[in-house]
Design a binder for this molecule. Structure first.
Ligand code: HEC
Length: 106
């Protein structure tokens, strides 16, 4: 339910900004993921580790909207504070690139 709502919101956001938003670049997303050591929490293959959720194979629009919600403080889950500093460093284009990369993984 919750995920579905978020997904719908992400798709709507995409549709609304579609004309100005560049598509995510998978290769650049891979570089960014390594630079920002996302794997240190999300696991070597981004398949999750303990309490850290998996990123591999998730919908790109969903990942992107989640990253924005960490950065702008909309996400207030108990663990959001652990993730927020990672999202704070990212531009919208970088979020789109990372999202495209994770979505491309199996
Ligand atoms: C210090 C550990 C840490 C690092 C490094 C980290 N994350 Fe996270 N991440 C978390 C935690 C903890 C959560 C779960 C937060 C919550 O429950 O609200 C999370 C959640 C997420 C989510 C939402 C997933 C979901 O299913 O809800 C995304 C997307 C995400 N991280 C992307 C990234 C990206 C991209 C990077 C690298 C730029 C990164 N993370 C680096 C700890 C980390």
């Amino acid at each position: 339910m919750h995920i579905r709502t978020k997904l719908a919101a992400g798709v709507l956001a995409l549709a609304a900004t579609g004309s100005v938003m560049a598509a995510g670049n998978v290769d650049n997303g891979k570089k960014l993921a390594q630079q920002h050591v996302c794997f240190s929490c999300h696991g070597q293959d981004y398949k999750g580790m303990g309490t850290f959720p998996p990123l591999a194979g998730k919908d790109a629009a969903l990942i992107e909207s989640q990253l924005k919600e960490f950065k702008n403080g909309e996400r207030k889950t108990p663990m959001a504070g652990v993730m927020k500093p990672n999202a704070d460093k990212l531009s919208e284009q970088e979020m789109a690139d990372l999202a495209a990369y994770f979505a491309s993984l199996k």
